[in-house]
Design a protein around this ligand. Structure first.
Ligand code: FAD
Ligand code: SF4
Length: 508
């Protein structure tokens, strides 16, 4: 008998493992405290993972496969991965053990060490999900200093022949990013796809009974995670049919009353592998070919996220781990404010983005990058604190994708491996890209004084404090020129205001 392990983010029905049932194979899946407790997760994240795992196990059984599944309240469950596997191996008298390579370094190490301790045959295979191997990005950038995503993206376009005509990018340009920066001025947006929630409601009660320490709230109306392959494909089709036509244009926009705007909401399904990046791109491109309403800049903007960013981030994680997790090149040591767990702040952009996150276990990219991430960096928060928050609060957060996005893109803690400069801004960027400032008690234009927007003083103070760390960065030259034009007396006032905020952010 062979025991095959399926982790919670390895729900790939299309994997060659499942081509046909085999009486000599038993699949094992476990809901464990090891996974629910290594960081404080959003309750919807735990519910979504368990619901997707249970749906997957049921489907395997319906297809004739044998499955042993330990629920969170199963008395057989030791809540430790390797102890659970040992238990099943012994129970079945297994002669071999197989697993799919985990995407997370922590689990990869745990399973490697465990496998070495076994005296039966062990096999580790690919998850058959990504469009690149673990090492492909490292090989692509071998010998190069800067890991600019755009070059990897072009390589991927050519390799997979997406949006290519006779060896050239369709339309003549690789990238239509300049068309992707519009603000949303209001109007009707198709409501988000509502997947089936019956199982999620049931599991929520079990998670509550298990007394797992969680963040956020569970309300079935705001639970938008598809937990089966069938529902994930419907959610993807809904996006292609109704939202893709405006995706690129409003990709960077934020709005007080619109949590989802034109975003796909498919990251959970993708990250647990209910759907694959290849099929997401194929379906989106097929819709583009059939609809005149979808322009090249919309589809290119979407393909870039999946084919470019997602694969790039994954390759970077495997290239740089485990040292990446320790990086703190800007020497930041602060704490995150308490309001990151409550949303109780007078700063409207933060209040809205954090409340959205607590209610939905979701925020779109620019809320993550330019509101919560930007503010954490301006406060000079330790990247460990920031990582823990992002890893916990979003249902799509799995370390391989969360860590480079947070520590690299958002906190610049890797010193510029991923981003060419820190993503920091004053209130003027927030005002340009959203309507948050017009609903805020702070004055977006003021740098000092009681009602001055906190982002403004923090921004100039950050530049001043990080002169040493950023002095070699040519892309910051213009910002430092502007900083140089602020009179010393005014800069002193700005810094005094900034330190008032840094010392007690929860008062703002
Ligand atoms: P859309 O905006 O509709 O984009 C479509 C898809 O593109 C996404 O589903 C995602 O699979 C992919 N994509 C877009 N940008 C990225 C990116 N930068 N990295 C990887 N994939 C991308 N994404 C996660 O999946 N998990 C995380 O834990 C995560 N943490 C993040 C933390 C920070 C600080 C930041 C700035 C970004 C993070 N992202 C993360 C990337 C991005 O914000 C989410 O993928 C996106 O918001 C998911 O929502 P969506 O499906 O509606 O995406
Ligand atoms: Fe945020 Fe400042 Fe705008 Fe208020 S004024 S919403 S704090 S950027």
């Amino acid at each position: 008998m062979e025991v095959r392990l399926i982790l919670g983010d390895q729900l790939n029905e299309e994997h060659t493992w499942f081509i046909e049932p085999n009486n000599h194979v038993c699949y094992v899946m476990f809901e464990m405290r090891q996974e629910t407790d290594y960081v404080r997760h959003h309750v919807q994240k735990i519910v979504a993972f368990f619901a997707a795992m249970r749906t997957f196990a049921r489907k395997l059984e319906e297809d004739g496969h044998t499955v042993i599944y330990y629920t969170i309240d199963d008395p057989n469950n030791t809540h430790n991965l390797t102890k659970n596997i040992e238990k099943v191996l012994e129970l079945l008298g297994a002669t071999s053990f197989a697993y799919q390579l985990p995407d997370e370094f922590r689990l990869d190490k745990q399973l490697k060490e465990f496998s070495n301790s076994l005296d039966i045959k062990v096999e580790a295979c690919d998850t058959e999900h990504f469009l690149t191997s673990r090492t492909e990005l490292a090989e692509f950038y071998e010998g190069k200093k800067a890991l600019v995503m755009e070059f990897f993206y072009r390589y991927m376009r050519k390799k997979h022949q997406y949006l290519m005509v006779d060896g050239q990018p369709e339309g003549g340009s690789w990238n239509y990013d300049k068309f992707n920066r519009n603000t949303w001025k209001g109007g009707a947006i198709p409501p988000p796809y509502q997947p089936d929630k019956a199982l999620a409601k049931e599991i929520y009660n079990q998670v509550a009974a298990a007394k797992i320490d969680t963040i956020g709230t569970f309300d079935p109306t705001s639970f938008l995670f598809a937990v089966s392959r069938e529902e994930s494909l419907k959610q993807l089709d809904y996006f292609c049919d109704h939202l893709l036509q405006d995706f690129g244009t409003y990709q960077d926009a934020m709005h007080q009353d619109e949590t989802n705007l034109f975003h796909a909401r498919i990251s959970f399904s993708l990250n647990v592998k209910l759907i694959s990046p290849g099929e997401v791109i194929d379906r989106a491109i097929a819709t583009y070919r059939n609809r005149e309403t979808i322009s090249l800049s919309q589809i290119e903007g979407f393909v870039r996220q999946i084919l470019g960013w997602r694969e790039y981030i994954r390759g970077l994680y495997w290239k740089e781990m485990p040292k990446y997790k320790q990086k703190n090149e800007l020497n930041n040591f602060g704490k995150l404010p308490d309001f990151y767990w409550t949303g109780k702040t007078n700063m409207n952009c933060l209040k809205t983005s954090i409340t959205n996150s607590l209610e939905n276990a979701y925020a779109h990219h620019i809320q993550r990058l330019m509101i919560t991430g930007n503010f954490a960096l301006l406060l000079q928060t330790h990247p460990d604190e920031v990582d823990q928050w992002y890893l916990g609060i979003y249902a799509d957060a799995v370390e391989w994708v969360q860590l480079p996005n947070t520590r690299g893109m958002s906190q610049y803690a890797d010193g510029g491996i991923l981003a060419t400069k820190p993503y920091v801004s004053s209130g003027s960027y927030v005002n340009k890209m959203s309507n948050y400032c017009s609903n805020c008690s702070y004055d977006k234009k003021k740098r000092t004084g009681e009602n001055a927007c906190p982002f403004n003083s923090l921004y100039w103070n950050f530049l001043d404090d990080k002169r040493e760390e950023l002095k070699g960065n040519n892309r910051m030259g213009m910002m430092y020129n502007l900083l140089g034009k602020i009179k010393p007396e005014e800069l002193a006032e700005i810094k005094a205001r900034a330190y008032e905020i840094i010392e007690n952010p929860d008062a703002f």
